[in-house]
Design a protein around this ligand. Structure first.
Ligand code: PDD
Length: 292
């Protein structure tokens, strides 16, 4: 079955779906995106993903291509037409098509919107049991990492360095030694006193939707969660390290560069949080899951 994409008002086989060469997404990375998971037919944290998309557009002073309600119709249709039971939906909104010039185009320029979907089960439990290796990479991104912009070259370079080292992810470290997040997930540590620590939301990281849900689940379970920056040295000395993200869920990290984390096996708290996150996904309510 060929994949069906939504492109500016039309549903097309993906191989026939095209965008204009003067789309500003193509020329300037002048666009924003979201990725959300559909789990057993139900979207996970759909409302927060749409709210974050709207925020990204507002921060870049982009016009919204359509209302949240209309967007939801498109998302449901893409899920239906691609027969997705468990998979990911990718949506991208660009500022639109205009002759190449740096300033914003004419206010009447229509934003472009593309939505695709594919079957994908997320990170495997087998891998989580075993634990993931990460590498470190210098965080060379711009100062508005809170915006989910398609300008992802720094993330791409970091992830490539992870791939070349046969690692799962690259955690990003600033010049002063702070771990901000990872190339496509948020980073966490658990300290010797069992406090769960992750970077606070600010312009320095993407405010992950999974991150927020995991904070809530951890607190409900009675864990102490502190949002503060932590350093690479702290991560290397941590009791546990883990990652969260839409496709990552909760992934224990057992190796940073060539050094094991603690005794080198998956952390028990991280595995417990992964189980809680899975239970949360399993308990999602189909009747309200598409609400924004
Ligand atoms: N990435 N940080 C960065 C830089 C990300 O790109 C992502 C998500 C996250 C986790 O956010 P969330 O929990 O909302 O997925 C953190 C998506 C999955 C991607 O680019 O494919």
């Amino acid at each position: 079955m060929s994949h069906i994409a939504y492109v500016n008002g039309r549903y097309l086989p993906q191989r026939d779906a095209t965008v204009h060469i003067e789309d500003r997404g193509y020329q300037f990375a002048d666009g924003v995106y979201e990725v959300f998971l559909v789990w057993n037919g139900i979207p996970v944290d759909y409302g927060p993903h749409i709210v974050r998309l709207q925020r990204s557009m507002a921060e870049l002073r982009m016009r919204e291509p359509m209302s949240a309600g209309a967007m939801t119709v498109v998302m449901k249709e893409i899920v239906r037409r691609n027969r997705i039971t468990t998979g990911i939906v990718y949506m991208q909104v660009n500022r639109g098509v205009a002759p190449r010039a740096h300033p914003f185009p004419n206010a009447n320029t229509k934003p472009s919107m593309v939505v695709t979907a594919k079957a994908f089960a997320g990170s495997s439990d087998a891998m989580a049991e075993q634990g993931a290796k990460v590498v470190t990479a210098r965080d060379i991104r711009w100062e508005r990492r809170d915006i989910k912009s398609v300008g992802l070259l720094a993330n791409v370079l970091a992830r490539q360095s992870a791939s070349e080292a046969k690692a799962y992810e690259a955690i990003l470290v600033t010049a002063d030694g702070t771990v901000t997040e990872a190339s496509a997930s948020n980073a966490w540590i658990i300290t010797a006193d069992k406090t769960i620590v992750t970077h606070p939301t600010s312009n320095a990281i993407l405010g992950g939707i999974t991150r927020s849900t995991v904070i809530d689940l951890a607190r409900e379970a009675g864990y102490k969660v502190t949002e503060r920056p932590f350093t690479l040295d702290e991560a290397r000395a941590a009791k546990e390290v883990f990652l969260t993200g839409t496709t990552t869920f909760v992934m224990p990290v057992t190796q940073i560069d060539d050094q094991p984390v603690a005794n080198g096996s998956s952390g028990l708290i991280a595995l417990d949080l992964r189980k809680r996150y899975r239970n949360y996904m399993d308990a999602l309510d189909a009747a309200t899951a598409w609400n924004v």
